[in-house]
Ligand binder design. Structure first.
Ligand SMILES: Nc1ncnc2c1ncn2[C@@H]1O[C@H](COP(=O)(O)OP(=O)(O)O)[C@@H](O)[C@H]1O
Ligand SMILES: N[C@@H](CCC(=O)OP(=O)(O)O)C(=O)O
Length: 377
């Protein structure tokens, strides 16, 4: 661990909020102190911190978590300011600045905004600032929310090609079953990121303040592995956890990043959470995509679903309905439907000169073996 130079540290709601009773200042102090000590040892730290809604509820005097989105957003707006104040207070002790970065799904979907976010975060790190990232809850609408910060932390790890993602939570690590439901569950100390068996072990949300549960952490580890990032899920209650990890102590669950490491642009593509359409492929097309990583031509498509536009993300399925790949489509849905099953020659004759004979160029296509099981279309 002491070789790892860039760490993304995600601190979950269940830890930050004293079981929903407002922010735990003492605990935040302890994590910040460790982050400052790691910085002294040459580790770059990026924090992904939840807790805005819980902090807002405390400030507003609300006793129970609202369910209406507008109230959650209002609480997050008030609470995010409170949260940053606490981090700032402790960082100042160490003479370090914190830089607030609030992201929405849209910021990581749009290539230009994605590159901007990357440039800003890298600049903050070069300046010695500790970025403190959260979802921009005040504006993110229901359909486009990350929802849990595990996913956000994994995408940030990809964006920055972090060496290590540490997910701090209220459990010692990943167990072979939810320890709240199964007191005899065993802690897994080393696993392989992306192993489908792990998803079956991870249950839903255990705490009443967290939003993802263990499954989003297991999927986050698989996502993080695309940039070669290892993940550790461990308990934030463990004293000096970050420093002990840095010293090489085996704590929590270590996820080996054994998935194929994707190139930067493909990583951005694979990180897209939602697709706008679906293309059904014949067996031949599915095979050349899988075996050769070829571009997708209209001749291999049997049907198109959805009302996508040129440049949107679509999912490609084989005749059995399994995901083959996903990519950015060159034509809108109507134009695709007109060209389904037709060879490039016929298309050229019927529609005149075509600029992009392929529906999805291979540079804009990412195969789904490197996709996360249940990653969501
Ligand atoms: N296999 C498992 N191993 C460990 N924890 C699990 C497992 N399955 C479900 N959980 C639950 O996931 C919870 C952590 O997720 P969550 O409450 O969302 O925390 P956070 O706010 O830190 O993201 C734990 O409290 C635990 O009850
Ligand atoms: N963005 C939200 C946190 C979302 C959330 O609870 O995430 P998690 O810590 O992964 O369970 C907030 O700051 O309240």
């Amino acid at each position: 661990m002491n070789q790892a130079r860039r760490w993304v540290v995600k601190i979950g709601s269940s830890l930050l909020t004293n079981g929903g009773q407002g922010l735990d200042h003492g605990a935040i102090h302890a994590w910040v102190r460790q982050c400052l000590a790691l910085r002294q040892k040459g580790v770059e730290i990026v924090l992904v911190s939840s807790g805005a809604v819980a902090a807002g509820m405390e400030r507003l005097g609300w006793k129970s978590r609202p369910t209406a989105l507008n109230q959650l957003q209002a609480a997050a707006s008030v609470g995010q300011a409170a949260l940053i104040q606490v981090y700032e207070e402790w960082l100042r002790e160490g003479g370090v600045h914190g830089g607030q970065v609030l992201l929405t799904h849209e910021d990581l979907r749009d290539r230009r905004r994605y590159l901007n976010a990357s440039a800003t975060l890298r600049t903050l790190l070069e300046m010695g600032v500790i970025p403190i990232i959260n979802e921009n809850d005040a504006v993110a609408s229901e359909e486009i929310r990350f929802g849990d910060n595990d996913t956000l932390a994994a995408l940030v790890s990809n964006l920055l090609e972090a060496d290590l993602l540490v997910i701090l939570t209220d459990q010692t690590g990943l167990y072979d079953a939810d320890p709240r439901q199964h007191p005899d569950a065993r802690l897994l100390s080393e696993v392989t990121a992306g192993d489908p068996a792990l998803e079956r072990m991870a249950g839903g949300v255990g705490s009443h303040v967290g939003s993802g549960g263990m499954i989003t952490k297991v999927r986050a580890a698989a996502r993080a592995a695309r940039s070669g990032t290892a993940t550790i899920v461990a308990s934030g209650h463990e004293p000096d956890l970050l420093l002990r990890l840095h010293r090489g102590e085996a704590l929590g669950t270590y996820f080996h990043p054994r998935l194929a490491r994707l190139a930067a642009r493909k990583r951005w593509l694979a990180g897209q959470l939602r697709a706008t359409g679906t293309l059904h492929l014949d067996a031949g097309a599915a095979q050349v995509l899988r075996k050769k990583g070829s571009s997708l031509l209209p001749v291999g498509v049997t049907a198109a679903e959805g009302s996508f536009q040129r440049g949107d993300l679509v999912v490609c399925l084989d005749p059995e309905g399994r995901e083959v790949a996903r990519g950015l489509v060159n034509l809108d849905a109507q134009m695709v439907r007109q060209r389904i099953g037709k060879s490039s020659k016929v298309i050229a004759e019927e529609f005149g000169e075509v600029e992009d004979p392929e529906l999805i160029h291979r540079d804009n296509l990412v195969l789904s073996e490197t996709e996360i099981p249940g990653g969501g279309a």
